[in-house]
Design a protein around this ligand. Structure first.
Ligand code: NAD
Length: 444
């Protein structure tokens, strides 16, 4: 056992989880937590609640729940606040979104009808398919930031929470290539002063959170802490950050299958991914400029996993196509198809077909919970800036400049579990295993 550098004590204080965006994902997360508090369900899909970590040697048979290994906030201490550009409360949103049954909604109606969003910061050029009726009347970015900072303080008071984390769960904003005006903290400050048009609402929520010392995660593809300017601010303010875009369905499967192909040195000539989706997220993504933002986060994963620069014969000519089609009859029940063209021994071609009939928000909700609890843990450890060990949860994970972010789900999981072991003062596990065989396999 290693001595933990800093022994973290369990916390009994309340933790506010604040979500810009009170939509299908955030309300499914909140309703799920309330159902769990009542013992009315199981935390299926949540690493923090059901996940385990093996400690020490295999022969020791020590496997513990993650939530017993590290002192995470308890679900009974969570409280929720949100911003939205529509004025519906969480129960109205749940009824409209059609994710949970009326029976489940009824069980949490009392708690979730209390979750009423504060008015959001809106830019109608960046979210074009939603008719906003609940927005702040601020005219300048600096004014918007001040209003958001005040909201954060008010939320903490109203929810009687000592700590808070922010997880952005709002609509996808139209794609903007990284702009020079936002590249460093100094240039970002100037852009804020001049009320620059490149600044998107997600960035304002992030800036406000960091200035308030609140850990920040981005569950969407929108620009925010992926920008070096905000990473600089996070380090300066001593705040942990994570993002971006949840890795919940099709990309999660992609980051499982691509490593398997690479492990067996099977070649890839094409990967055609398409989806039909009928929820409001799908409606917003029907705007080509918003889809472009999603395409960027969905398309990037293969390159870093397959490493065509190391395996040019196998992966230098991959046709990777991704599309999402808005198809209202399906609601939140997204259907994804993947056609994967691979080749094997002597170059002979083969195909893999994948058909994932999923539920978008059911997959996403536990990730929001895990991200909130791990970010809070990072904050209590005094960790700041990019939390690469949380890359497991994201489509486009962040890494320090100069490092390539890891996309392989199982390497990400190993990173996550080893980080938790180290936090708890345990040794990381390499899975080497020669020592079990003694003289049969002497270490050379
Ligand atoms: N599996 C998944 O569901 C999944 C996976 C990865 C990422 N995401 C992302 O999560 C986000 C939320 O998805 P959803 O299904 O809940 O969408 P949703 O449309 O149900 O909810 C988004 C909410 O954000 C609000 N909003 C828009 N602009 C806002 C602003 N400027 N300030 C505050 N609120 C604003 C909208 O009014 C809406 O209520 C999307 O960006 C989506 O792409 C979802």
């Amino acid at each position: 056992m290693m001595e933990p550098k800093k022994q973290l004590q369990p916390t009994r204080e309340r933790l506010a989880v604040l979500t810009p965006g009170l939509g299908a994902v955030s309300t499914t997360f909140m309703a799920g937590v309330e159902l769990l508090k009542k013992g009315a369900s199981q935390p299926i899909g949540s690493v923090t609640q059901m996940g385990t970590v093996r400690l020490g040697k295999r022969t020791e048979e020590r496997t513990v729940l993650i939530k017993d290994l590290v002192p995470l906030a308890d679900l009974t201490h969570l409280a929720f606040g949100a911003w939205d550009i529509r004025g519906e409360d969480a129960v109205q949103v749940m009824r409209r979104s059609g994710v949970l049954t009326e029976v489940d909604i009824e069980k949490v109606r009392a708690e979730l009808s209390q979750v009423k969003p504060k008015p959001g910061i809106h830019n109608p050029e960046m979210v074009r398919r939603i008719e906003a009726n609940h927005t702040k009347k601020t005219a300048h970015h600096r004014e918007s930031i001040e209003a958001l900072r005040q909201d954060i303080r008010d939320f903490k008071k109203e929810l009687k929470a000592e700590r808070a984390v922010m997880v952005v769960c709002m609509s996808v904003e139209t794609y903007r290539p990284p702009s020079e005006s936002l590249s460093s903290l100094a240039s970002l400050e100037k852009a804020l002063d001049s009320n620059h048009e490149d600044i998107n609402p997600t960035l304002l929520y992030a800036y406000a959170a960091l200035q308030e010392g609140i850990p920040f995660a981005n569950a969407t593809p929108n620009n925010s802490v992926n920008l070096e300017s905000l990473q600089e601010l996070a380090r300066e303010r001593g705040v942990p950050i994570a993002g971006r875009d949840l890795k919940s369905g099709q990309t999660m499967m992609k980051t499982v299958i691509a490593p398997a192909l690479k492990a067996r040195l099977l070649g890839l000539s094409g990967w055609f991914s398409t989806n039909i989706l009928g929820n409001r997220d799908g409606e917003v993504l029907d705007d080509p400029a918003a889809f472009k933002a999603k395409e960027v986060t969905k398309a990037g994963v293969l390159q870093s996993i397959l490493q065509p620069e190391i395996y040019p014969e196998l992966y230098s000519d991959v046709h990777h196509k991704v599309s999402i089609h808005y198809y209202p009859p399906r609601g939140d029940a997204k259907e994804g198809w993947d056609n994967i063209d691979i080749f094997g021994w002597l170059g002979y071609p083969m195909q893999i077909k994948l058909n994932f009939l999923c539920r978008d928000s059911i997959l996403a909700a536990p990730l929001v919970l895990d991200i909130a609890l791990f970010l809070d843990l990072a904050q209590r450890l005094g960790w700041k800036g990019i939390q690469e060990w949380m890359s497991f949860f994201f489509k486009t994970p962040m890494a320090k400049k100069g490092l390539v972010a890891e996309n392989d789900l199982f390497i990400q999981q190993t990173k996550l579990k080893n980080t938790l072991r180290v936090i708890a003062g345990e040794l990381p596990i390499t899975h080497l295993g020669l020592d079990y065989y003694g003289d049969d396999l002497p270490i050379p």
